[in-house]
Ligand binder design. Structure first.
Ligand code: NDP
Ligand code: OAA
Length: 266
């Protein structure tokens, strides 16, 4: 039985807890949230993970694995210290690695702790194919993220435009994956994931679009290289609890957790 600390108890965290209820090999021992979120997290824990303690930090004893679904700041606050203590971590907020030096810090912490940090594919597919294609050499990787206007609320997409009355698809960002992940920390983790698997944060081109004609979160990856080429389009259902986030992110996190205890992994 693996004893898990879940960092974050929002849309992803709650859905992960729902899916893990029936897992015999995985037990959520701690739910880590900021002090202001403790009461809400306790209510979720009482319903879905009654044996879990709600805490402000990952407990230093009794945790075999940390899964982060909280936001960029949680990597420095919770993932780095856990790795240094030798606890393996699964990370959803991949865009955090757009901060200068953080990938190196994560590598150093994991090395010091003799453990590993896993960046999940989250809301995107074909990360295996892209990472394999990189071995042979990539010439181009382009990512386009298209979401309904309301999914861009609270982001720089609101600067100079009214998202509620947007009449047509509007490009709200064009640039590198690093810049996309920095400027849209809750909406462009996928851009970072695609770039880290492929051409890197600075050489991967990204377009983000607010589109009143779509109801899903639509992610497209185009890649070319020595392997050939591919185009992938995902039309992801958003979570009701957070329209910025695709349900697939939850399934990706649960898959990563279950893979830690499964006798056969794909
Ligand atoms: N890789 C991928 O494909 C995707 C990755 N993500 C990442 O997952 C994150 C979570 O998504 P989602 O669940 O939808 O977001 P929510 O906003 O619904 O939930 C975030 C949760 O994390 C908590 N939290 C915030 N900061 C911290 C912190 N420093 N330490 C511990 N807990 C914290 C929040 O607490 P409180 O409410 O009290 O602030 C809340 O419980 C996103 O911010 C994004 O970085 C999201 C979608 C796709
Ligand atoms: O969940 C999604 O569709 C993608 C997302 O928010 C992100 O990349 O941060």
């Amino acid at each position: 039985m693996l004893s898990i600390a879940l960092v974050g108890c929002g849309a992803i965290g709650t859905a992960v807890l729902e899916l893990l209820q029936a897992d015999a090999g995985l037990s959520v021992a701690a739910i880590v949230v900021p002090a202001a979120g403790a009461v809400d997290a306790q209510a979720v824990a009482s319903r879905l993970a009654p044996r879990a303690q709600v805490a402000g930090a990952v407990p230093t004893e009794g945790i075999d694995l940390v899964v982060e679904a909280a936001g960029h700041a949680a990597i420095e606050a919770h993932v780095l210290p856990a790795l240094k203590r030798g606890v393996p971590c699964i990370v959803a907020s991949v865009g955090a690695l757009s901060a200068e030096g953080l990938p190196e810090q994560l590598e150093a912490a994991a090395r010091d702790g003799g453990t590993q940090v896993q960046l999940i594919a989250g809301a995107i597919g074909a990360i295996d194919a892209l990472a394999a294609a990189r071995v042979g050499g990539l010439a181009l990787v382009r990512y386009t993220g298209r979401k309904p206007p309301h999914a861009w609320k609270g982001t720089p997409a609101e600067e100079g435009r009214q998202l509620d009355t947007l009449a047509e698809a509007t490009v709200i960002f064009e640039g590198s994956a690093r810049e996309a992940a920095r400027r849209f920390p809750k909406n462009a983790n996928v851009a970072a994931t695609v770039s880290l698997a492929g051409l890197g944060l600075d050489a991967t081109t990204v377009r983000l679009i607010a589109d009143p004609a779509v109801a899903e979160n639509v992610h497209t990856v185009e890649a070319e290289g020595a392997f050939g080429s591919f185009e992938l389009t995902m039309r992801n259902q958003p979570l009701a609890a957070n329209p910025k986030t695709s349900a697939l992110t939850v399934y990706s996190a649960v898959r990563a957790l279950r893979s830690r205890v499964a006798p056969l992994v794909i």
